[in-house]
Design a protein around this ligand. Sequence first.
Ligand SMILES: [Cu+2]
Length: 173
Amino acid sequence: MTLRILATIAISMLISLGSAQAGDIVIEHQYARAASPIAKSGAAFMHIMNNGTENDRLVAVRTDAATTPELHTHIMEDGIAKMREVEGGFEVLAGDATILERGSLHIMLIGLTRPFIHGEAITLTLIFENAGELTIDVPIDNERQGNMDMNMDHSNMDHSTMDHSTMENSNNN
Ligand SMILES: [Cu+2]
């Protein structure tokens, strides 16, 4: 076996472990987090790819990890960052990707049914308008830093506060 074949097998194994697919929808880079072991809520993030030719939409989420999963975004109101539920869900345009990330679109997990322990995983069922249901394992990663300077703490039920420790951290990087 050549190195090239071995590399191809290794890469395809990685892809099959790290992503999930239903129809033309592919999920990658998924993770969930909560601010602390006693947090009452958490959030999940991921990249949603639509490889098809028709637009789709994430309309709902089901999970046993939280009593009330909601599709959220962040808005600025009078200079204060707040979270809002997105009516109708998240659009996933054909041939495009919708990015769920900290400070932006996210799956809000209100009423956690058990502590979010780093390294464990939760199961989410994503319900798409066209592609139907897609159940994925989402690793819990409480240590990951956000990409943006405007990181919010999604795990805090007080929607008006920001995670200043995260902000300072990312500013230093
Ligand atoms: Cu939220």
